[in-house]
Design a protein around this ligand. Structure first.
Ligand SMILES: [Zn+2]
Length: 323
C-alpha cells in the first residue's frame, strides 16, 4: 500500500496548541491538542507536543508519510522562523523552526495566524484558485492576510498586512498597540461591544441588553438581540459594517483584489455584518472597482481553519520547492 503524503500542521493559540495531519487536498486525518500553559518556555511546549504527536504518528506510520511542518502563531515571522513578540505567550524572539528541527529534519515554516488563514482559504476554502485576495479574521482582534499574485505579502521584515492597525478615526478609541483610532478597535468582537455601549450612552433607546451587567455582554449576545429585532443591537452592526466597508474600499484601492474573505468572530453574524459592509464598500469604491470585488464568508467551516491554514502554508512551500 502506498503511503499518503501529509503535513503536520500546528497552531499555537493562547489557550491551546492544536495539531493535525493534513494531506494536499485538505483532508485532516488526525487532530489533537494540548493546553498552552502560561509562562511555559517554547522548548517545553514543543516537548509536550511532540511527545503526544510521536505516539500518534507511530500508530499511523504505516499509512502516512510526513512531508513537512507548518506552524501558525501570533507574532510569527516567516523570514526568520521566529516568534518575534507574543503578549499571550510571554515569548520574545524565539526561533521556533530551530526547536522543531530537533524533532523532525523536514521543511518547516512558520507564519502569523492571519497569513496562515489566508493560505488556508487559497488552498482549501473560499479563495480556491484565486491569486489576489484579502483575508480578514474578525475575532477579538483584527487579523489580515494579503495575497498578491498567488503569494502572501510579507513585506521587508515580515510584518506586512496589518490592516487592523490602520487609523480610521483621528483621536479615536485607544488601541492595544498604544495608538488611537485603529480599525481593530471598531471592527472586532471587542470593538462591537464598545460601539454598543457608546450608542447606549448617546441614544435614549430601549434594548434587551440593558438588563445585563456590562461585563456579561458579548458580541454573541448583541448578535442574538439584533436577530430578535433589538434596534440598538442592529444599529451597532450597521455602524460596524459601515466602518469596515469604508476601510475595505481603501484596501481595494491599494490591492485590487478579486475577493475579500471574512472569517471567525464577527463574520459569524453573516448578513448582519455583510450587508452594511458591502453597501458601504461599494459606495466608497473608486469607479474602476465598482461591482467587481466580492465580500465572502470563509469557506473553511469545519472548525479546523487554523490547522488547514498551517497545512496550506507548508504545502505552498513544498510546491514552490518542487517547481
Ligand atoms: Zn492599533
Amino acid at each position: 500500500m502506498s503511503l499518503t503524503e501529509v503535513t503536520l500542521a500546528i497552531e499555537i493559540g493562547g489557550t491551546h496548541t492544536s495539531f493535525g495531519l493534513v494531506d494536499v487536498k485538505g483532508n485532516s486525518f488526525v487532530e489533537s491538542r494540548i493546553p498552552t500553559k502560561p509562562n511555559e518556555s517554547p522548548e517545553s511546549l514543543f516537548e509536550r507536543l511532540f511527545n503526544k504527536f510521536n505516539k500518534i504518528y507511530k500508530e499511523y506510520s504505516y499509512k502516512y508519510k510526513l512531508q513537512g511542518i507548518g506552524i501558525g502563531a501570533p507574532g510569527a515571522n516567516y523570514y526568520n522562523g521566529t516568534i518575534d513578540y507574543s503578549s499571550n505567550l510571554n515569548w520574545c524572539y524565539v526561533n521556533i523552526v530551530e526547536i522543531v528541527k530537533k524533532y523532525y529534519d523536514l521543511p518547516t515554516v512558520i507564519t502569523n495566524d492571519a497569513n496562515a488563514a489566508a493560505l488556508g482559504e487559497m488552498k482549501f476554502g473560499a479563495a480556491k484558485g484565486m491569486k489576489n485576495f484579502i483575508q480578514l479574521t474578525l475575532d477579538k482582534g483584527f487579523g489580515s492576510g494579503i495575497v498578491v499574485d498567488g503569494n502572501i505579502v510579507y513585506g521587508k521584515d515580515g510584518f506586512a498586512g496589518e490592516i487592523g492597525h490602520t487609523i480610521v478615526e483621528k483621536n479615536g478609541r485607544s488601541c492595544g498597540c498604544g495608538r488611537c483610532g485603529c480599525l481593530e478597535t471598531y471592527v472586532s468582537t471587542s470593538g462591537l461591544i464598545r460601539t454598543f455601549y457608546e450608542l447606549i450612552s448617546q441614544l435614549n433607546e430601549v434594548s434587551v441588553l440593558k438588563e445585563f451587567p456590562p461585563e456579561e455582554v458579548t458580541a454573541r449576545l448583541i448578535y442574538d438581540a439584533a436577530k430578535n429585532g433589538d434596534k440598538l443591537a442592529n444599529t451597532t452592526f450597521e455602524i460596524t459594517g459601515k466602518i469596515l466597508g469604508e476601510a475595505l474600499a481603501n484596501a481595494v484601492a491599494y490591492l485590487d483584489p478579486e475577493v475579500i474573505i471574512l472569517s471567525e468572530g464577527l463574520a459569524m453574524a453573516g448578513d448582519l455584518l455583510l450587508t452594511p459592509t458591502k453597501i458601504n464598500m461599494e459606495k466608497n469604491l473608486l469607479n474602476i472597482y465598482k461591482g467587481k470585488v466580492e465580500v465572502l464568508l470563509s469557506g473553511l467551516t469545519k472548525g479546523n481553519a487554523a490547522i488547514l491554514g498551517a497545512s496550506a502554508l507548508i504545502w505552498h512551500e513544498i510546491q514552490k520547492m518542487n517547481k
